[in-house]
Design a protein around this ligand. Structure first.
Ligand code: F6P
Length: 360
């Protein structure tokens, strides 16, 4: 039996397929160890007001394994350390309030499921004395220390299916089809979906691209008889000497919104190749829907491991996938870093060997 009698669980940052699978695993593993669970709504906001927290029993999480989204709600703006928040007791420092409420609610530990931003906040609360374990989540797969985050496999599967479908029109109309996928700082989704979908060009944030190189490769394909091409572009990709394309600049607590690079690449390739082009943005479709079996298993293992670490008192940690194992990493070794596609990635090298251009 664990010394912890009650734990809180929350989800922060953008949603990713598998969040509910983690919540379910945490609740079931806790219940089987005699630990009560409290679900905190909308990330750390659930630790401001008591009515934004609710008990979670195995009954409450039955049937959610296959559901996308999060039954607890989430937010990807509003760092509790960054600004004061108005509560029913007046304007208070949000972070003090979180610590206070954690104790008032009789919680012994927290499971914080989130991406780099949420885990960085968790780390700060850990330094303020809250015993917690982090669970890495992002479809971008850019959290260091873990080979995979849940959600990534589902996003790649969706993007691959989209590329398969775009091949139809590309081939029938002899067009260049440009697909913009998510990937703010890292091109993992573009790389994996591009390779899985047989893309001819893959543009990622790690490799600033030269469009004349891409156009030359696509013209070559035309010459030897492949009259169509597929180009996959990560939203964070940018031309050499240029900058990322924004939909909206950063503003009070909201990060900048990326998007539009696919359309720009499409227009430029039409000019440079003389071919007809079309562009598609997959956007949030990549974050929706049911998690793949891989993500369900990973999320379930992450949730089970988080409870195990809490029972062992291994706080200030993050569960991580180090195939074939799920291990614990120190949060301080994770935060503030981004796992980008390395230049010597074997997936990248293999794609290049097969003739895929990265515009470099
Ligand atoms: O971090 C995951 C991610 O999907 C990024 O790839 C993307 O830039 C961002 O979330 C979009 O977030 P929002 O839901 O705020 O539009």
């Amino acid at each position: 039996m664990s010394a912890i009698k009650r734990l809180g669980v929350l989800t922060g940052g953008g949603d990713a397929p598998g969040l509910n699978a983690v919540i379910r695993a945490v609740v079931k593993a806790s219940a089987n160890s005699g630990i009560d669970c409290v679900g905190l709504e909308d990330s750390f906001d659930g630790l401001i007001e008591p009515d934004r927290a609710r008990p979670l029993t195995p009954r409450d999480v039955t049937g959610i394994l296959r559901l996308g989204g999060t039954i607890l709600g989430t937010t990807n703006h509003g760092n509790p350390f960054a600004y004061p928040v108005s509560t029913s007791e007046g304007v208070r420092d949000y972070s003090d309030r979180v610590v206070e409420m954690f104790h008032k609610m009789g919680l012994g530990a927290l499971v914080v499921i989130g991406g780099d931003g949420t885990l960085a906040i968790a780390h700060q609360f850990s330094l303020r004395g809250i015993p917690l374990v982090g669970v890495p989540k992002t479809i971008d797969n850019d959290i260091v220390g873990t080979t995979n985050c849940f959600g990534f496999d589902t996003a790649v599967a969706f993007a691959t299916d989209a590329i398969d479908r775009l091949h139809t029109t590309a081939e029938a109309h002899k067009r260049i089809m440009v697909v913009e996928v998510m990937g703010r700082d890292a091109g993992w989704i573009a790389l994996y979906a591009g390779v899985a979908g047989g893309a001819d060009a893959i543009l990622i944030p790690e490799i600033p691209f030269d469009l004349s190189i891409v156009a030359a490769r696509l013209r070559e394909r035309d010459k030897w008889g492949a009259k169509f091409s597929i180009v996959v572009v990560a939203e964070g990709a940018f031309p050499a000497g240029g900058r990322t394309t924004l939909i909206e600049a950063a503003r009070d607590g909201h990060v900048e919104r990326l998007g539009g690079i696919g359309a720009q690449v499409s227009e430029a390739l039409a000019r440079e190749t003389g071919k007809e082009t079309r562009s598609v943005v997959l956007g949030h479709l990549q974050r929706g829907g049911a998690p793949t079996s891989f993500d369900r298993v990973l999320a379930t293992r992450f949730g089970g491991k988080a409870v195990e670490l809490i029972k062992r008192g291994e706080f200030g940690t993050m569960v991580a996938f180090a195939p074939p194992d799920i291990i614990a990493r120190r949060l301080e070794d994770i935060v503030g870093k981004t796992k980008t596609v390395p230049r010597d990635s074997d997936v990248l090298a293999t794609a290049k060997a097969l003739g895929v251009t990265f515009g470099d």
